[in-house]
Design a protein around this ligand. Structure first.
Ligand SMILES: O=C(O)C(=O)C[C@]1(C(=O)O)C=C[C@@H](O)C=C1
Length: 362
């Protein structure tokens, strides 16, 4: 009779774990080194280009995952590996609308992993200013929400300080009602206007007597709710944990499919990947048919628009700026042609950049 294989002892297992750890460490160092060499070989490699290449690597990695580890478990680990290889010992600086545990923070970590120098700032305008003053390599700003539409502060800043978009993050947003007191004692509900609006039906039904009060961010609201009697905040689960608030009600967003799209802003846009979008801002002449003429340029060049917003021009009543996004990269002929035709007609035109399309994450 064949002998049964001996069950490995705890000592054997610990020994083999040590060996595996050593191998992981050696492989990591090897990957960091290989990435560094690749960067030295490729002239003109910018951090924006690396970021886009990493996004493609991550997709390819997950597509070939045949291990017993599920994609959603392995993805955050790979993100950290990529982040480490991207920068080696140098960390990128990322500005976002803070304080910590805002949704913008969550979006930033989704993009850059934890191997980054995060810089929380108090307003969306300050995120743009950090990029302009070279205080940060990247910034994360909310652009639009699936239910609530555009984020005005962000569009206003793109008009004021045109900055390049080099990526996007789409996050499923699940809001929590957080407080230090029982529900019956809540007199005021603090949050960012967008979050209050995304929960307005829930608030009307469940807390009709509570006064909604606007804050600069959901995390700032959570911070306040931790200190003020009778105050609740609408914020993320992570903000609730951080400020030691009780969850009075979970997932109170009116639409369970509540998605916010964030732009990753920087000095340069991203290289072509074949699955890109391009963002433009333009102002047409104030005359009949001017917008239709502009739209006709996109039609003629067979460009598929994925987003369009109009925005009033400051101090010029009845005049509007238009933000559009379309499928394709600004290096493609049909987009180059459209931009050059639009340049001839528009009073103002800014190419805000091209970047890789992404799917929403939880
Ligand atoms: O206040 C935050 O936590 C943010 O990151 C901002 C913001 C936004 O302005 O859209 C981001 C996602 C949610 O839609 C609510 C708030």
């Amino acid at each position: 009779m064949a002998k049964k294989p001996r069950k490995p002892s705890a000592t054997d297992l610990k020994k083999s774990l040590k060996k595996i750890d050593g191998e992981i460490l050696a492989l990591l160092a090897k990957r960091v080194e290989a990435c560094q060499k690749l960067r030295e070989n490729e002239t003109g490699t910018t951090i924006e280009k690396q970021l886009s290449a990493d996004e493609s690597d991550l997709k390819a990695w997950l597509a070939t995952n045949k291990s017993s580890l599920k994609d959603e478990l392995i993805k955050p680990v790979m993100l950290e590996v990529l982040s480490l290889c991207r920068t080696g010992s140098r960390k990128v600086r990322v500005a976002y609308l803070g304080p910590q545990y805002s949704y913008s923070h969550q979006a930033a970590v989704e993009k850059f992993g934890s191997n980054a120098d995060y810089s929380p700032v108090a307003t969306i305008a300050a995120v743009f200013e950090e990029i302009q003053r070279n205080q940060a390599n990247f910034g994360l700003v909310p652009v639009e929400n699936s239910n609530d539409g555009r984020v005005t502060d962000t569009l206003e800043m793109f008009a004021k300080l045109p900055t390049q978009i080099c990526g996007e993050v789409k996050l499923h947003i699940h809001h929590q009602l957080l407080a230090k007191c029982p529900r019956e004692e809540i007199r005021e509900v603090f949050s960012k206007p967008q979050a209050l609006s995304q929960c307005r039906n829930w608030l009307a039904r469940h807390l009709p007597a509570a006064r909604p009060i606007e804050m600069t961010s959901t995390a700032a609201a959570a911070q306040l709710a931790a200190q003020q009697k009778g105050a609740a905040a609408i914020a993320s689960r992570a903000a609730g944990l951080n400020y030691q608030l009780d969850t009075i009600a979970s997932n109170i967003e009116d639409n369970p499919n509540n998605i916010t799209r964030f732009a990753v802003i920087s000095h340069q846009s991203a290289p072509k990947t074949g699955n890109d979008k391009t963002a433009l801002l333009f102002q047409t002449e104030h005359k009949p048919g001017a917008l239709a003429d502009a739209m006709n340029i996109f039609k003629r060049n067979r460009l598929n628009l994925t987003w369009i917003e109009s925005f009033p021009v400051v101090n010029s009543p009845e005049e509007y700026l238009f933000f559009v996004e379309m499928e394709g990269h600004s290096s493609e002929l049909k987009i180059r042609r459209a931009i050059s035709s639009l340049e001839k007609k528009a009073l103002r035109l800014e190419v805000l950049g091209s970047y890789q399309k992404t799917e929403p994450v939880n």
